[in-house]
Ligand binder design. Sequence first.
Ligand code: CP
Ligand code: NVA
Length: 313
Amino acid sequence: MKSAKKLVPMPEKKTTPKHFLDLSEVHPEDLRNVLEEAKRIKKDFKAGKAPKLLENKHLALIFEKPSTRTRISFEVGMNQLGGSTIYMDSGTSQMGRGETVADTARVLSRYVDAIMLRCYQHEMLKEMARHATVPLINGLTDYSHPCQVMADIMTFEEHRGSIRGKTVAWIGDCNNMANSWIQAAQSFDFKLRIACPKELVAAPANLPSNISIIESSEEAVSAADLVCTDTWVSMGDNDADYKRELLASYQVNDALMSHAKPDALFMHCLPAHRGEEVTDSVIDGKHSVVWDEAENRLHIQKAIILWCLDKLD
Ligand code: CP
Ligand code: NVA
């Protein structure tokens, strides 16, 4: 699979593993390559072609938090590529008994070819990245969820073509998904309008002109090409009642969707809390592409692993 076609080199490419920690840390040309590869992999897979590019490769999956999509898509994806995965959590590994993140990273790097980590604190991901000598993939932290937003952009482009110049509305909490959307807007050059109560705004100041944070969800959705939302209470949040109260008027429902373009798409990374951040009529309605979005986790994951292991065309 590896050819002479040049990818944009990562800093210290020769000595540093190619981690996939955040969209802002991967060159936009590499992100585009990953996206196009994921589309190719999906098309080939549907046509019965699934080359075993990762035979004898092992991926460790470490989960501090629950998961359905991320775990299953990494496990199945790695399997489809001919490789295998090892599931770890703190309850059944020495991490739960205090073995340090650094030591865990050092040991795992002697066994496996790559590591995926889902954890609470982003700093834990950074710490593992500092000590892993194999690529590390961010499977969600309290700060970001880059694999999910890559799948979301893939889904948008499958339905509507290039996302460049389009308008994306994010409705709800300024959470890990919102942060990855902010980074994606800079790498993929689209407009992003975030509607969030001012008490919950947690985005960096001095955002570029294509990204705005406003209070009105109607204004954010106005003529948008894509409307996204997420749970009001993320895993690990300890202010659930406060968030539900602040976000009560930020539900994505038919009235809100009527402000978007008539052919606007609706996405949600899932799991959804039907009747809270989104109504049944929207998530099950004509704008929704949430099942394609979930399916695409499988294919984007494969492309990300291949990129990390230097196996992309
Ligand atoms: N969207 C997502 O990451 O889902 P899981 O929490 O089920 O992995
Ligand atoms: N913001 C959510 C995303 C779940 C995939 C959470 O962190 O719980």
